[in-house]
Design a protein around this ligand. Structure first.
Ligand code: ADP
Ligand code: MG
Length: 719
């Protein structure tokens, strides 16, 4: 009966032999397909190379002669590697990457051409990218502009040029432009603060390492689940008898089929310069992780986007499907992307690295305490930066991490901060002695004892970096990283001003710094939490502390438009009000569409796939019950099952019917925010779980042979 499922099961596990043929050492092919500085140095004249390098390092403009020289060298290199096309590669607000390929070949002259103007700027027909109304009201066109700080690369037979995407009136239409501005803001602010300690620091760069989680399942089974195909997650499906309770998958031996896939996509990634370095099984069955070595923020974000494009393509060759959705399977761990973040000076110092020198530890503490304070001040904005329909299933749904933003710093650093704060009543002495008195000299110990890592915290200090764990698996990290760098920039600027004011009053520099840090500790310590982030007790405790717990996307997004946020964005030159409004509008629209599609898929699957099967199985049972009673045999058990099935059928049918009516009503609501809230409260919250529970019960009651949908146990235990 269940044709689709059975055909899929027959087809599943057909394993094409795709063995990575690469037997070379990684060092031989790493960055092979990247037109980076190393390659430019060998291919450009010394003069041109110097100009490009300066432009990249200092963010300066590239003149047209230089652009022409770079374009010509890039084209020749690309042609020598078999490329035929080029594209401006950008990250519009859809969340994915976008590209439009043009050929180098100029038919009129019969040769390949690529001029500097085509490298520097393009005008994609961008009318169908989301702009939150910016383009319709102001200027219809948008253009892409070369971002030389992220290297070009060859993808397939196309030379890809990383670009930003902006409107003709200058508003950002992508994820990258605000990120670059936030990176610039934190560079300037952190450099200023560093110069309080060390004049040699002229630049500070944020770094990022994204630990990317994903599920991989058989392609044939995926294709037989319309919900997965349409929404990226399963809207129905009973948990398998064995889920993740044995804890046997995490770091377990990697299934050989996945191992082949990993090696294959890693080869491609390494050629593209993505420094993938770690692979392992994750907690849930069929869940895995890939992590690269951290890189400069901008490049790391591009690399993560590229990796998310690459992995599904390579998976095709292995008859696999990769899922980045935050919650593809109910009852199993969701999918996140830990964003490891730190700040590194041009002199090579990681500002979050505690050291054995007390003097350096004052630098460490300065950046550390300012981070805690920044998160405390703008927790709602951080929460908003990772809000999405998918991520709502993780945040605030009893899963890592909770929707309450808090910072975990470990017991040792907690006592360092406590001590520092309490010493407020002693007179701080000048000279090296003060470090001892303040307890700052003791910090190095934490490096040795940083084992009590708290896995339930959304924002954790892990030895020499902070780890923002609430980012969704399918998210573009540019959004949270824009906010994190922005709030840090703002904080450091304010810190600098306060310290300077005190110094101008005659206070010794280090004493002024310590004074401000103490004040910050006491102002922001309520954000520090080292306990179980999933517990009910924490929800209560957080409420007492005045921390917010925003569970859904429409409400979380409000934080973008608060007066405080707008001032934050504008005063740091990251975005203006209109750009922020546009972004909020786009995110709300996207939320609405996602919930709407899920709701439709649910209705369709329930009414066309589940209910007919349930009724025909029910009829079989009715025949059986009648037969039994005709023979004078007790049929009470069968009748009980029939009644149970009837009950669930009724729940599903009436649930779907009401949900459809609600959708009709809500779709008429003009205001986007109100409509989004209604979709959250009166579609998702009100119906999804009720309908799902009934369907999942039917899955348990109905004959396995008749069931139309591929089951969790069939999808999740890859052979
Ligand atoms: P975990 O124990 O959470 O898996 P790892 O120590 O393996 O963490 O590191 C995870 C990620 O953090 C990697 O991508 C790594 O490169 C990155 N990372 C390490 N140091 C830094 C840093 N200073 N800045 C940014 N990311 C970093
Ligand atoms: Mg981690």
């Amino acid at each position: 009966m269940a044709h689709l499922r059975y055909k899929a099961l027959e087809k599943a596990n057909s394993r094409p032999k795709v063995k990575p043929e690469n037997n070379r050492a990684i060092s031989e092919y790493f960055k092979e397909d990247v037109f980076g500085l190393e390659k430019m140095e060998t291919l450009l004249s010394p003069d041109v190379f110097k100009k490009v390098k300066k432009a990249i390092n200092k963010g300066e403009k590239i003149d047209s002669d230089t652009a022409n020289a770079v374009a010509s060298a890039a084209k020749n290199w690309a042609l020598s590697k078999g490329a035929t096309h080029y594209t401006h590669w950008f990250q519009p607000l859809t969340g994915a990457t976008a590209e439009k390929h043009d050929t180098f070949f100029d038919a009129s002259s019969g040769i390949e051409k690529f001029r500097g103007t085509a490298l520097v700027q393009q005008e994609p027909d961008a009318s169908s990218f989301p702009s939150g109304g910016i383009r319709s009201t102001f200027e219809a066109r948008g253009y892409t502009a070369w971002d030389p700080s992220s290297p070009m690369f060859i993808y397939g037979v196309t030379l890809c040029i990383p670009t930003i995407f902006v409107s003709y009136t200058g508003e950002a239409l992508d994820n990258k432009a605000p990120l670059l501005k936030a990176v610039d803001a934190v560079d300037k602010a952190a450099t200023k603060v560093c110069q309080l300690f060390d004049r040699k620091v002229t630049h500070v760069k944020p770094t990022l390492g994204c630990e990317q989680e994903y599920f991989a399942i058989d392609k044939a089974l995926y294709a037989a689940r319309p919900d997965l195909v349409m929404t990226g997650r399963t809207v129905f499906g009973h948990s398998p008898a064995r889920g993740q309770q044995l804890d046997d998958h995490y770091f377990g031996s990697i299934p050989s089929r996945i191992y082949d896939f990993m090696r294959d996509f890693e080869d491609y990634a390494l050629k593209l310069g993505i420094p993938v370095s770690t692979r392992h099984n994750e907690v849930a069955p069929s869940q895995f992780e890939v992590a690269p070595l951290f890189e400069e923020m901008n490049v790391a974000v591009d690399h993560n986007q590229l990796l998310m494009d690459l992995m599904p393509r390579v998976a095709e060759r292995h008859n696999l499907k990769v899922l980045f959705h935050e919650k593809p399977f109910s009852g199993l761990n969701g999918t996140g992307k830990h964003n490891n973040w730190s700040l590194i000076t041009n002199t090579g110092v990681n500002l979050f690295q505690p050291s054995s020198s007390a003097r350096d530890n004052l630098v460490f503490l300065t950046f550390f305490v300012n981070t805690v304070k920044a998160v405390h001040e703008h927790a709602d904005l951080l929460r908003a930066s990772i809000a999405s329909a998918g991520n709502d299933h993780r945040l605030g749904a009893n899963e890592a991490p909770p929707a309450i933003m808090s910072v975990f710093i470990g017991s040792q650093l907690t006592s360092v901060l406590e001590e520092l704060e309490e010493k407020g009543n002693i007179r701080v002495e000048k000279g090296e002695n003060m470090y001892m008195k303040l307890g700052i000299d003791k910090i190095p110990e934490i490096i040795l004892d940083n084992t009590d890592r708290n896995r339930t915290s959304p924002f954790a200090f892990t030895g020499n970096k902070f780890e923002f764990r609430a980012v969704g698996g399918s998210d573009n990290s540019a959004s949270p990283m824009t906010i994190l760098n922005l709030i840090m920039a703002d904080r450091l600027n304010k810190f600098y001003d306060e310290v300077e004011k005190d110094i101008n009053k005659g206070t010794e520099k280090r004493i002024a710094i310590v004074k401000v840090l103490r004040k910050y500790i006491s102002e922001s310590k309520s954000i520090l939490f080292g306990g179980d982030g999933y517990s009910e007790a924490w929800v209560k405790e957080a409420k007492k502390r005045g921390l917010s717990n925003i569970k859904d996307t429409p409400r979380a997004l409000d934080a973008y438009l608060s007066k405080r946020s707008i001032e934050l964005f504008e005063s740091n030159n990251v975005m203006v009000e209109r750009e922020i409004e546009a972004r909020q509008e786009i995110k709300l629209e996207s939320y609405i569409m996602k919930i709407q599609i899920e709701s439709r898929v649910m209705g369709d699957l329930a009414m066309n796939h589940i209910i007919p099967i349930a009724i025909s199985y029910q009829n079989k049972l009715i025949n059986n019950a009648n037969g039994l009673s005709g023979l004078g045999i007790d049929n009470a058990e069968v009748v009980k099952t029939i009644k149970e099935i009837s009950g669930y059928i009724e729940t599903v049918k009436s649930g779907v019917r009401e949900m459809v009516e609600e959708r009709k009503r809500i779709n008429k609501i003009e205001n986007t925010k109100t409509r989004a809230v209604e979709y959250s409260d009166n579609i998702k919250e009100k119906y999804f779980e009720v309908i799902r529970r009934a369907v999942d019960k039917l899955e348990l009651l109905i004959d396995d042979e008749d069931w139309p949908l591929v089951k969790y146990r069939e999808m999740l235990f890859l052979r």
